[in-house]
Each structure stands twice: as C-alpha cells, then as structure tokens.
Design a binder for this molecule. Structure first.
Ligand code: KIV
Length: 267
C-alpha cells in the first residue's frame, strides 16, 4: 500500500493512470482509523449517519452541528485518506452564502479537507463559488437521497432517455464548475461508464457499475452492521452484526452462570 497522502491532485493522477479509487464512510474516530490504516483512499463522513447510526428512515433530518461533530472525530483519525464532510439537507440549498458558511464549518471546525453536496446543474453556481473560496467540492448525482420526499422512492435513476441526458448534463456541469470528483449513485452501468468517460474528474460509483474511476459503499452496509434495507449494489464483506450478537450472548451467558469474571480477571 502506498503511504502517499491522498489529495485532490493525487485523485486526478489516479484517474489519469486508471488506478481505481476506494471510498468508504465513517462517522467516528475508531472506524476512521481502521479504514485509514487499511489504505482506503477517501473517507466520507456521510449524512448516511442518519440512517445507519441514528436509526432514522432517511437522511433529511441530519443537522449541520451533527455533521461537524462526526467530521471532527473522523478527521483526527485519518492520516492518509482524504476526508470529505457531507453537507446535510438545507445546509447549502437556501443560498450560496449559507453554503459557504456551512462548508467552511466542515473545514474549520470539522477538520475536513473537502465537502460533498447533492445536485448537478442547479448546484453548479454554488460549487463554483465554494471552489473559488478554496473549498474542494465533491458532487453527488443520480439518486440523491436528500430528495427522497420529492421522488418518493429510492429507485434507480437514468433509466429513460430524458433522465439519462439530464444526469449526463449534471455531470458535465459539476465538472465545469470545478468539482474535484463526483459520486454517481444507482444508475445503469452503461451510464456510469458514459459519465466516467465524459468528465475530467474522478467518478466514484455506488450502484453505477464497474467502469467508474472508483467505488464507494456505506461501511455499515458492507460489514453487515446494518440490515434494515439492503440495496442490490451492496456486497457484504463481513457479517459483523451477527458476530457482535454472538459475542454479546456469550458474555451474557458467562455472567448469568457466574463464570465471568474468573480468577485472572479479578483483583
Ligand atoms: O451519505 C453517504 O454515505 C453517501 C454515500 C452513499 C455516497 O452519500
């Protein structure tokens, strides 16, 4: 594993050299350290914290203060990975001034090195202003979970021609506005490939097929720590939820039977 600190410039070089980019989410110091030491390139402090950590049905209720808190925990742990702080719902859509202030909080108070926001062409002026102020921005197009109440479902996007063209235009707009990378979520693999070839910056896919410049998953999904829903694009690399339950049951049995603590665990 290379120990080169990952920066937005390194990510551009990785795209140029067809070196795939790994991304996972983290919300606390412990997990962030594990991901960083395992060599993950980008650690995203996602607003998915709302669903996988707070037990909410959607990400909509996540607040700016919560994102600053989680981002600060993660940033202190990451030595190599690029840390991206997610902008929660309505922290950047109301005005560009709001977006500047809130993105600034993720960098200044949260220690993030960049921010992510959802939206394509309509967000391009905001992205351009943030970039102009020295804040690297990752876009997020295709399925945008913060708009769940607008769309009414988490269905795949870009399946008809009009939506495909709109998403392609979103990608080009973010590229032109100066985003350093973009997440493309839940679109046909053919569209993931088309976008990856159409833009200069790295495309990080989640349910967008194998031809993107990199992939991202929610860590709790891929480790089997979250089971309330499981999109088809999630591959399970471990069943930590079951492992934890089994360890907890063993502990409870030992306590009930009086076999814990034993002599070596007593003073
Ligand atoms: O919030 C999040 O974790 C995300 C990823 C799914 C890309 O936006």
């Amino acid at each position: 594993m290379t120990r080169t600190k990952i920066t937005t410039a390194v990510l551009r070089e990785m795209k140029a050299h067809h070196e795939r980019i790994t991304t996972l989410t983290a919300y606390d110091h412990n997990f962030a350290q594990l991901l960083d030491e395992a060599g993950i390139d980008i650690v995203l402090v996602g607003d998915s914290v709302g669903t996988v950590m707070q037990g909410r049905a959607a990400t909509v209720s996540v607040t700016m203060d919560q994102m600053v808190y989680h981002t600060e925990l993660v940033s202190r742990a990451c030595k190599r990975a690029l840390v991206v702080g997610d902008m929660p719902f309505l922290s950047y859509q109301v005005s560009i001034e709001d977006a500047m202030r809130n993105a600034g909080r993720l960098l200044k108070e949260g220690g993030a090195e960049s921010v992510k926001l959802e939206g394509g062409a309509s967000m391009a002026p905001t992205v351009a202003r943030l970039v102009d102020a020295g804040i690297p921005v990752m876009g997020h197009i295709g399925l945008t979970p913060q708009s769940i109440h607008q769309f009414g479902s988490y269905r795949a996007r870009g399946q008809d021609e009009a939506e495909r063209l709109r998403i392609l235009d979103d990608a080009r707009s973010l590229d032109q506005a100066g985003a350093f990378a973009m997440v493309v979520e839940k679109v046909p693999a053919s569209l993931g490939k088309e976008i990856t070839e159409a833009v200069k910056v790295p495309v990080i896919g989640i349910g967008a097929g194998p031809d993107c410049d990199g992939q991202v998953l929610v860590t709790h999904d891929m480790l089997g720590l979250f089971s309330r829903f499981r999109p088809r694009f999630v591959r399970r690399y471990a069943e930590l939820g079951r492992l934890i339950q089994s360890a907890v049951q063993s502990y409870a049995e030992d306590v009930k039977q009086g076999t814990f603590p034993g002599p070596d665990e007593s003073y």
